[in-house]
Write a protein that binds this ligand. Structure first.
Ligand code: EPZ
Length: 429
């Protein structure tokens, strides 16, 4: 298994290209099941989760082709991928595939809308929580589906097609919002989704679906209205830049000191993280090609943060923030409200010398003057990158094991960080 080795202490200076957002690319790829035409996506990130989803969609009959590498100095343009689900050959998403990546459960919406049936394995829990799908099931029932949960599978049928409904999601859920919105595009009549998630990735999906002929308004607000249409066409859409990757590199340079331009980062998707980072001690400016983040000299200030659905502070940046404030001059409090077990990084950060106490969903981080490199273990996607941030500032060598977690959501992290001055390398085997 690959490992990442870091020797801490270097400042980061230069330009980091931000890749297409994993959490936009996944629902956008799933949306290609809604039409028999070709959906072309630009700026698709090269990530393990994207490759895994290509395999899962292939199981349903989707074909895809990737445009060849274009000549020239460009290093990080995302892939242009053409996705075509001309016919759906199988409406079952099996456990061995869905259990590898929770978001693959989301195929249930397009399969049901297009084929009138879907048999999708329950995704099961994961490292950060149980993550049920009750909101999805309730919403699809209100759209007219008959749903059974049998032997670990959600079995959904809608022989007479789906019909629009007014759906109040019991809790704010990104996945349930994506799936309900996709299914409603082909339902007869109007659907209103109340208490919808407002994440930018929802807006990106709605933009793409509307290019395909859907009629969606209100994405990005708590109320989304979808006017059903008989069919969707092909389209071309560029995946939005990854706000979590952007926030991660912003925290890295705030931790190490230096001056980074995050090429392609979109400030409008990062307001809360930028507010918190400025409070910690970063200088952040919007530039015409992204965001510039600097910290030179002075120390880090502690902060109190509660994770919240967008536009609040994202849970996907919680572990990274914890690594950053582990060296603040004072005590920070971080409260995780989205997932019940998203503190797996705490004991690993402690191995590097961080002083963190957990009390239920709140972590008290007492800043220490320095961290010391050690062997640590990645546990989930975002926890693993918090160890990278800590390792960049720790004295001496840090080796992070099980970096396949990293590869799920951060494209070429060692190349991007190495390119701006970090002493970092991937050790294979
Ligand atoms: C999406 O997961 C993201 N994944 C997650 O990012 C992100 O952390 C999460 O949204 C919250 O922002 C993708 O976009 C692929 P939820 P999702 O449904 O949709 C509960 C990463 O690191 N809930 O918004 O699965 C659920 O248990 C990943 O990139 C129900 O109770 O998250 C959780 O407590 C990690 N019943 C809360 O809602 C349901 O039916 C929010 O979950 C659905 C959700």
């Amino acid at each position: 298994m690959d490992r990442i080795r870091i020797v801490g202490g270097n400042r980061l200076n230069g330009r980091v290209p931000i890749s297409g957002a994993k959490n936009a690319a996944l629902p956008l790829m799933i949306a290609s099941l809604l039409t028999d035409q070709t959906l072309t996506l630009d700026n698709v990130p090269r990530l393990a989760d994207v490759e895994q989803l290509k395999r899962i969609l292939g199981n349903h009959g989707l074909d895809y082709s990737v445009d060849g590498k274009r000549p020239g100095p460009e290093v990080y343009p995302g892939d242009t991928v053409h996705f075509t689900a001309r016919t759906i050959v199988d409406t079952t998403a099996p456990y061995e595939l869905v259990s590898k990546m929770r978001a693959s459960f989301w195929v249930v919406g397009p399969l049901l809308a297009r084929m009138g049936e879907a048999r999708v394995s329950l995704p099961g829990g994961c490292a950060i929580g149980t993550r049920p799908v009750d909101f999805f099931i309730e919403a699809l029932k209100q759209l007219g589906a008959d749903i059974d949960v049998d032997a670990g599978y959600v079995v959904a049928t809608a022989r007479r097609g789906l019909r629009g409904a007014r759906i109040v999601l019991p809790g704010v859920s990104v996945g349930a919002t994506h799936v309900t919105m996709m299914a409603a595009t082909l339902a007869r009549g109007e659907t209103v989704i109340e208490n919808a998630a407002r994440e930018p990735e929802i807006v990106d999906l709605a933009l793409c679906l509307n290019k395909m002929g859907a009629r969606i308004t209100g994405a990005g607000t708590p109320t989304i209205v979808i006017e059903g249409v008989p069919r969707l066409e092909g389209a071309r859409h560029a995946v939005m830049p990854d706000r979590i990757e952007s926030g991660t590199y912003a925290m890295a340079v705030t931790m190490t000191g230096g001056d980074l331009v995050l090429e392609g980062a979109r400030a409008d998707t990062l307001a809360e993280p930028m507010k918190i980072l400025r409070a910690v001690g970063a200088e952040i400016d919007e530039t015409n090609d992204g965001i510039r983040v600097r910290r030179n000299g002075h120390g880090l200030a502690p902060v109190d943060v509660i994770t919240d659905p967008f536009p609040g502070f994202p849970t996907d940046l919680q572990a990274q923030l914890m690594a950053l404030v582990s060296r603040a001059e004072g005590t920070s409090h971080i409260r995780e409200t989205i997932f019940e077990n998203r503190f797996m990084h705490v004991q690993e950060l402690a191995r590097l010398g961080a002083d963190i106490k957990l009390d239920g969903q709140t972590a008290t981080v007492r800043g220490v003057s320095g961290l010391k490199g050690a062997q640590v273990m990645a546990t989930d996607l975002r926890a693993s990158v918090s160890l990278v941030i800590a390792g960049l500032a720790a004295q001496g060598e840090t080796t992070i094991n099980r970096v396949y977690h990293l590869d799920r959501g951060f494209e070429r992290i060692e190349t991007k960080l190495g390119g701006v001055g970090a002493e970092i390398e991937r050790l294979s085997g």
